[in-house]
Write a protein that binds this ligand. Structure first.
Ligand SMILES: [Zn+2]
Ligand SMILES: [Zn+2]
Length: 336
């Protein structure tokens, strides 16, 4: 079969490799759709640790082709989405109910072979069944959506709240929809690209601002009459950390979601954070949210087709992951 392998930092190649097999407790999944993620670009550049060589691709959906020994609940032929994060179940964090902080976390498409391939073997406990007639491209959104749901849980949005979202990529545009579904009365998206601002307004944002064109902090404080109840940072750059913290209302919540490259420091004003009691909540990965993400995707509650800006084959993956996103790009989907 074909698989796109990260062989060393900055080197990714499509290779012919042996088909994986479903070992005891595993499913063999034929990949129908896989999303390219900002994290894949971080991994390519060595900004996020991975195994090497490894087949990347942690956002995928496919058909169960074979079932290993000791598997219950799957017969073969099911459409499944896979939670890529495999917690050990025994470390301190796992035994305290926080598997995303597992000290021995293994991740499909990061530290073991993933979905930029014709087939991938996965532990059956990581797989969740989707309706057989669901568009597999929608199924590929379950993984990023599950991470967003963890952030939305942490955000604690109440009906009538104002929510500011920094970053207009696929995550920011999913957050816009989730904030509306959570009952936010004002949803403000901040992103530089006009097309993404237009998409956000179409998806239910009440305002969309270009942070480079005007004073974004003042604009958010103006439309929210003093600051957003909830700010969700989805861009992962120092500027959005700093401006996002200043957009929060006194007593507001700031959710840290974007991945800033390891080692980057950001100056903040602790006095302001203290006297305004800004509640800073990081949201990392997808603890116990993948099945809810699958249910939401299956329900059709989210507009996903608008987020797919390009569909490619395996032969184009290395080129896309190895270069910066094109202007207007939201989600690139791989169909092996
Ligand atoms: Zn991802
Ligand atoms: Zn653990």
């Amino acid at each position: 079969m074909k698989a796109v392998r990260l062989e060393s930092i900055g080197s990714m190649t499509m290779r012919n490799v042996e088909n994986p097999v479903a070992r005891p407790g595993e499913l063999l999944v034929r990949v129908l759709a896989a999303g390219i993620c900002g994290s894949d670009r971080h991994m390519y550049k060595g900004e996020y640790p991975t195994a090497r060589p490894v087949t990347l691709g942690h956002e995928f959906c496919g058909i169960v082709e074979d079932v290993g020994d000791d598997v219950t609940g799957f017969a073969g032929g099911e459409l499944v989405t896979v939670d890529p994060n495999i917690a050990c179940g025994r470390c301190y964090a796992c035994t305290r109910g926080r598997p995303n902080l597992c000290e021995g976390l293994i991740a499909i498409g990061v530290t073991r072979d993933g979905g930029f391939a014709d087939y991938v073997a996965v532990p059956c406990a990581q797989a969740f069944t989707l309706p057989a007639d669901l568009n597999p491209v929608h199924g590929a959104f379950c993984e990023p959506l599950a991470c967003c749901l963890h952030a939305i849980d942490k955000a604690g949005i109440h009906p009538g709240d104002s929510v500011a979202i920094l970053g207009g990529g696929v995550i920011g545009l999913l957050m816009v929809q989730l904030a509306r579904l959570a009952g936010a009365s004002e949803v403000i998206l901040l992103t530089r690209q006009l097309t993404r601002r237009q998409t956000a307004l179409h998806l239910g944002a009440t305002h969309a601002f270009d942070p480079t064109a005007s004073d974004a902090v003042a604009a958010v404080r103006d439309v929210t009459h003093g600051g957003a109840d909830v700010v969700i940072e989805c861009a992962g750059v120092p500027e959005t950390m700093q401006t996002g913290l200043r957009m929060a209302r006194r007593g507001g919540t700031f959710v840290l979601f974007g991945v800033t490259p390891a080692g980057v420091e950001v100056p903040v004003l602790p006095f302001d954070l203290l006297v305004n009691e800004i509640d800073i909540r990081p949201a990392y990965l997808n603890p116990f949210t993948h099945s809810r993400a699958a249910a939401m995707v299956a329900s059709g509650a989210l507009e996903l087709d608008l987020l797919v800006t390009r569909t490619i084959g395996l032969e184009e993956v290395a080129g896309v992951v190895g270069s910066a996103p094109l202007p207007g790009e939201i989600k690139v989907i791989v169909r092996p």
